[in-house]
Design a protein around this ligand. Sequence first.
Ligand code: ASP
Length: 345
Amino acid sequence: MSTVAEAKPKWALVVHGGAGVIERKDLKPEQEKAYREAMARVAETGAEVLRKGGSALDAIEASIHLLEDDPLFNAGRGAVFTAEGKNELDSSIMDGSNLKAGAVAGVTTIKHPISLARAVMEKSPHVFLIGEGAETFAQTQDLERVDPSYFFTERRWQSLERELKRQGLPAPARPAGAPQASAGTIDLAHDEDGGRNADLMDLHKKFGTVGVVALDSRGNVAAGTSTGGTTAKRWGRVGDSPIIGAGTYASNTSCAVSATGTGEYFIRLTVAREVCALVEHKGMSLQAAADQVIQKNLTALKGDGGVIAVAPNGEMAWSYNTSGMYRAKIADGQPLTVGIYKDEP
Ligand code: ASP
């Protein structure tokens, strides 16, 4: 006989805010608190949409907006810089009910790239638009545009300067419209402690991508991902986040997945689709499939990062091979769980 605990939740939602070298000793209490609060707020926002009977896509878009607005994360405001000193944003979304998908790469004036990805999916005949073309398409849509300097944060700019120095590359001029550098700039992740924290930020400079997967009360799953990519990226580099099958995938026949980590490995392993394929074709549980791809396949390739996933039966999972991943999950009848480190549930 089924118990309440075993009952399939009507809806479920999982969030990530990036995976990387994140250890207890490295985060100051106020930083840890800020990340935990952000994860909780975002999960609650998505849950509220689902509780009211909203769609998985709406829940994903609403929660990713918050993450794109929050400078703690490498998406929207707070995105990392390219070697040329620009913020080039990538995002994708997929609807598991019909396998429709939308993605954008290298956009520079869209406040919420996840909404542009959704517009590509719903209002264009295409799946993936890049750079200028994506911006031109955006002009035909009712989307908030911003000056590129909106995305500027001191913390990410300093990470860029350090990374370029490390690589022996010249530092670009501060972008037009960016605030003046000031000695008193207070930044949650800035190096008030004599550089130790700056080194830490460099360690996980590649991380902070955001993603949300959701199951709605109609039984549909969906996934969305948004990122600034990797610090000091060059030559129009695009990672896995906007690539359907690599950073994002959703199908009602298996599951919905959003990934974070060094994108090159995730592209080569088609990580998101691979998790779903193991569920669909091998009948694996969601957790076993996510662990297979991250702990075994990704690790064997020496890649780093993680995934979050949800299945139409309400199963939720996460798996990462880094020391931490900012994450949260919540489902109908199940409490909110927020985690950062490996030793948390
Ligand atoms: N996957 C992203 C990329 O490679 C970065 C990240 O998740 O941290 O662009």
